[in-house]
Design a protein around this ligand. Sequence first.
Ligand SMILES: [Cu+2]
Length: 158
Amino acid sequence: MSIFINTMAALLSTFMVASASYAQIIYTQVKVDDPWVRATVPQQTTTGAFMLLTAQSDSKLVSAASPVAEHVELHTMTMENDIMKMRQIPELALAAAEPVALKSGGYHIMLIGLKKQISEGNMIPMTLTFEDNDGNRTHMQIQATARSLHDGASNNHQ
Ligand SMILES: [Cu+2]
């Protein structure tokens, strides 16, 4: 009986260690909903990627990358004198449990120097890098679906 109890205690402590490290992984996790990329016409060299990000704890999106683009930037769009202008931002803050929408006319991920045309239905691999308040970085692989040029409001980056 005591051997059984010891085994149970050992199993239990193993389980607790395991769940503690699992909790740490969860701690830095960000939920990514509905990632998509706007399809392009031939010769188009840039496009936007959009999604809904919900962080488990206060963190930020610090960078993104994709094999389909030479480089990738985080952008925001603002209205200046009735003209939508976009500019690069160094990072995008994600408050715990508050969904942040990357969407047409707002925050977005900009794919620059496209290596080929992106057609509707293509799956575009992307890596998102998040950083939590302690400076821990997490890389997340996602697949964004390419949707029609006409999905949502116009978002011209030329
Ligand atoms: Cu942009």
